[in-house]
Design a protein around this ligand. Sequence first.
Ligand code: SF4
Length: 358
Amino acid sequence: MSAWSSLSERVLAGQLISRDEARAVLHAPADELLALLDAAFTVRRAYWGRRVSLHVLDNAKLGACPEDCGFCSQSRAHQSPGASPSGEAPMKSVDDLVEGARRAHAARAKRYCMVTATRGPSQRDLDTICAAAERIKAELDIELCASLGLLTEAKAQRLAASGVDRFNHNLETSERHYDKIVSTHTWRDRVETVQHAKNAGMDTCCGGIVGLGESEDDLLDLAFALRELDVDSVPVNFLDARPGTPLAGRALVEPGYALRALCMFRFVHPRTDLRVAGGREITLRALQAMALYPANSIFTQGYLTTGGATPSADHQMIKDAGFELELASGEAVPADPQAVAAIAAPVRRGPSLPVARS
Ligand code: SF4
């Protein structure tokens, strides 16, 4: 038995992976990569079978965020092409958001996530999101997520009451590395928002970005902080540095490292909904399907501001790799690239943000 299969056996027996073991995963030699992926898949299969869930992001408000996250082309602090020079950004209408959810449902997505590039939702934005949530939940069998920036306790409760199932707010990186990336709010502010979402009864979706110039210890800190927070879903993004941001020009992480990082997150979070998120296509290239061995979900139809694979291409990848789709009902169905070939989202992208969400 390889060291990796013995690790998966111990994880399945309920043992928590240690920091040294997580570090060893990041250092797995290239000729052990398949054995490592197989071990991560053993854990993933125990909780998620061969099911993959598709998530669709809808950009409800783009281009004028007052925060200064160094990776983000939505910040008006950076000179990103396409950022709103006036500092104003329009909000999508309730009708547009409901229509976005219908398209996501037609693409056989399990989840539809409404996103605003904001420090936190204004009262008016919150009214729009809540009105859309109520209509979507009344009409469609789809899980509903929101990602709106920092929340107060009262705003979290209002979202939960309107039918939002899950709230996304990423920690992005370690607490130690955070102030090298963002100065307008703290890592602790983010943790607090995740706690508000949890206290309001929503599921929590909280992950980060690999490739921000973090050390190996920062990445391990992030994975273990998320375990501590006991989040329900972990999206793992890979930086695709945007022009005009302070991180512009930073190289992509190597695809082999990206796969090791996903395996590390799977071992640290055995039961969690683990998603390979922004930067998947450009970072993993021909190895994208390999990410389905540690991860059980993906975004389809692009990200906040970069295009991504179409639903049809993602259905094809899932089918070719021998996986199946998981719907919001929990039912597993075959992926069907032909059936979703005609679905295309109207393009409304800002200046190329490579991450799933703030
Ligand atoms: S990551 Fe989110 S909070 Fe930060 S600048 Fe971008 S949109 Fe604003």
